[in-house]
Design a protein around this ligand. Structure first.
Ligand code: TXA
Ligand code: MG
Length: 333
């Protein structure tokens, strides 16, 4: 399995051979305890040496992130993953199928992982991103890289380098520019540290695809106790500064929109029934996912007073992840 994974990593890394100088400079910054933002296939990450508590503390500070919300640790090889987490059988099966890729696995942490990185938990989330610059940066640094999404806490995740600059400015030593993120929504987070697999956050690696590999059902509804295991789910996320509501079927909804007299924007896969100030119609759920966060940031500064988003109908695959992010963006608290 390891040779298969290595071949996949080398193939992806081949795409950024021309950027050696930039990558070396970024890796030096990481080794010196600095912060470097970098692209991944999902969203941009704000990275620091995962094994250096002071460097990780700087991430929390730059983002304004609550310190009990643990950070995903990014690796570029199976050997590196083995130095930070106990890889159980389920993890190995999923790694073989989905890494490098948008799947973060929550596993028992090994002593090498500082408490700061784990947010005080006994587990650590590990992922191997499918992005040439990300993999090359981790490899050149020689250490696992802790990286949350590179936005100020509570803002939509950034899917390009300009947005990272806008959000974090001087708080980050360097931003590696890898163009637009391919997936656009954050990775699937799967907890494999307990008795049964638990989906903590839906993403591009779907629950159905995970179930097919593991041959067991993956639970997605979190009880109060389980919620405590994923601190990030307690916080309001992906919130645009203009209120967002989910579209509902029926004349009553559209009458209320018209009666409000508010300037509104529309996001969806089909045409709205009313007459919006702005509308963005996506070709399919993949494009909706890829462009959602950018669209929210655009609409915030467009002068509209309310955003109406029509969730995709499919509740499987990327559709489930989209519905999750839209519901969170719409949540009042
Ligand atoms: O796609 C992604 O995952 C991006 C890129 C940069 O890799 N990262 C990302 O990180 O979205 P962040 O910090 O924005 O979201 C990480 C989520 C949070 O909800 C956090 O609570 C959860 O993963 N998490 C991290 N470590 C955990 C752990 N040990 N146990 C439970 N949940 C964990
Ligand atoms: Mg985030």
């Amino acid at each position: 399995m390891d040779s298969g994974l290595k071949a996949k990593v080398e193939k992806i890394m081949g795409e950024c051979a021309g950027l050696r100088g930039e990558i070396e400079r970024a890796a030096r910054l990481i080794r010196a305890g600095g912060l470097v933002a970098f692209p991944t296939e999902t969203v941009y990450g704000l990275g620091a040496n995962a094994l250096d508590p002071d460097a990780v503390a700087a991430i929390y500070k730059a983002k304004g992130r609550p310190s009990d919300n643990p950070i995903i640790v990014h690796v570029s090889s199976l050997q590196m993953a083995e130095t930070i987490a106990e890889l159980n059988n389920a993890a190995l099966l999923l790694i073989e199928k989905f890494w490098p890729g948008p799947l973060s696995l929550v596993l028992k942490a090994l002593p090498a992982v500082p408490e700061k990185t784990r947010g005080g938990l006994s587990t650590v989330a590990v992922r191997m991103p499918a992005n040439a610059l990300a993999l090359a940066l981790i490899e050149a640094s020689g250490v696992p890289i802790a990286a949350p999404s590179a936005n100020v806490s509570g803002r939509p995740s950034p899917t390009d380098a300009c947005t990272v600059q806008d959000d974090l400015g001087d708080n980050v030593a360097m931003v590696l520019d890898g163009g637009a993120a391919k997936v656009g929504l954050e990775s699937t987070v799967l907890d494999l540290s307990g008795g049964r697999p638990l989906l903590l956050r839906p993403g591009a690696v779907s629950r159905e695809a995970i179930e097919a590999v593991l041959g067991v059902q993956v639970s997605a509804t979190l009880s109060a106790g389980e919620l405590k295991r994923s601190p990030g789910t307690r916080y309001r996320h992906y919130a645009p500064s203009v209120p967002l509501i989910l579209a509902r079927e029926g004349d009553g909804f559209w009458r209320a929109v018209a009666a409000s007299g508010k300037k509104w924007a529309w996001l969806g896969l089909k045409e709205p029934l009313g007459d919006p100030q702005r509308k963005i119609i996506f070709a399919d759920a993949d494009e909706y996912a890829r462009e959602l966060f950018r669209a929210l940031r655009l609409l915030e500064v467009s002068g509209v007073e309310i955003i109406i988003a029509d969730p995709p109908l499919d509740e499987v695959g990327i559709g489930a992840a989209l519905r999750d992010r839209l519901a969170r963006a719409a949540a009042a608290d």
